[in-house]
Write a protein that binds this ligand. Structure first.
Ligand code: S3P
Length: 205
């Protein structure tokens, strides 16, 4: 009879394996508005026992202003420069989980820094999921248009090929947050430690 081998982690827990393999690197979440980067990021950091940082929050603190006001007062190019600077600073402070704003990964310089200092995960959400989630709030300046749905579709078209450069991709959808967090952990462990997901058993020999 084939022996069933559970591919257990080598450390005390899968989370400990990931943290050890990360060293000073961060886990950076990228993807569209409404993909759940902050919600999942906060929970992922708690599971890993490392700090969570939100780039949007840090930008607001640095400018002492909410993001819609930064856009309105100074314009998007100014916001993007500040965003790139803040992310560069946060990338020096690993290990941590960092949620980035939806446009941050579009800047080549930022992608290069993330590649050097972090493992990146694209939380990939489709237009329906995004619209359901962002409709409730008015704090996304880019969506204050006559046709927010059309804007989301356009942005997805421009951004998805770039988000695809992230190291890992997880489908963000309407399932319990903990399930997405589990998938992030399994995928991170496989990527960093070479272990296949723990629920895969091999029929050895
Ligand atoms: C933006 C996304 C927002 C925020 C800003 C611009 C974007 O962050 O950085 O409104 O360009 O997609 P979230 O992705 O956290 O909503």
């Amino acid at each position: 009879m084939p022996e069933i081998t559970s591919l257990a982690s080598t450390g005390p827990t899968p989370e400990a394996d990931i943290v050890e393999a990360l060293g000073k690197r961060l886990v950076v979440l990228v993807g569209m508005m409404g993909a759940g980067k902050s919600t999942i990021g906060r929970r992922l950091a708690a599971r890993l026992g490392i700090p969570f940082v939100d780039a949007d929050t840090e930008i607001e603190l640095a400018h002492r202003m909410p993001i819609p006001d930064i856009f309105e007062t100074y314009g998007e190019p100014y916001f993007r420069d500040g965003e790139a600077r803040v992310i560069a600073r946060l990338l020096e402070a690993g290990p941590a989980v960092l949620a980035t704003g939806g446009g941050a990964f579009m800047r080549e310089e930022t992608r290069g820094r993330i590649a050097a200092k972090a493992v990146s995960i694209w939380l990939k959400a489709d237009a329906d999921v995004i619209m359901r989630r962002v409709r409730r709030r008015a704090d996304r300046p880019l969506l204050q248009t006559a046709d927010p749905e059309g804007t989301v579709t356009r942005l997805l078209g421009e951004r998805e090929p770039v988000y695809g450069n992230a190291d890992l991709t997880i489908a963000s959808r309407d399932v319990p947050h903990e399930r997405i967090v589990e998938e992030c952990l399994e995928t991170l462990r496989a990527h960093l430690c070479g272990n296949p997901p723990s629920d895969i058993v091999s029929a050895a020999r």
